[in-house]
Design a binder for this molecule. Structure first.
Ligand SMILES: [Zn+2]
Length: 149
């Protein structure tokens, strides 16, 4: 877990930049079929409160509704995927609690974060072999991952 120093990040070309002031959750790798298409394999995500992130440069930022439940933020100038957040809905699924998921690779290094789990392993691409020792979950049981809040 990252302590509460200010952490910065952004897309490949710099048309999207952000700052996080507050806690960053350790990294969960999502292997769902949507992350496969969006990221090429799995999506490595940290997470923070919506109130803790300030998107300081938004010139390239576009949002796409990737499902009825969530939207993804990406840079329309360089194509980098940056954010995932649940869309407000009356009967929000468990595991869809509010918060901004941030593509961990867009953080400026060093992040101080560690991998704490893999989710949606049931949808994992067949060419991906998970070799790290972090716990694996068939679906979205990330609430059971130690260090997830
Ligand atoms: Zn960009």
């Amino acid at each position: 877990m990252s302590q509460s120093k200010k952490q910065t990040g952004g897309c490949l070309c710099g048309a999207v930049r952000y700052e996080v002031e507050g806690r960053l959750r350790d990294v969960i790798h999502c292997h769902c079929s949507m992350c496969q298409r969006f990221h090429g394999a799995s999506g490595a995500y940290t997470k923070t409160d919506q109130s803790s992130i300030n998107i300081s440069r938004k010139r390239g930022l576009k949002w796409v509704a990737s499902s009825l439940k969530a939207r993804r933020g990406f840079c329309c100038e360089c194509g980098s995927g940056l954010f995932w957040e649940p869309v407000d809905q009356p009967d929000m699924d468990p595991g869809m609690e509010p918060g901004m998921w941030i593509v961990a690779g867009t953080l400026d290094q060093p992040t101080g974060l560690a991998t704490i789990g893999h989710i949606f392993v049931s949808q994992k691409a067949d060419f991906v072999e998970i070799t790290c020792g972090a716990p694996q979950f068939t679906e979205d049981f990330h609430d059971e991952i130690e260090g997830d809040e």
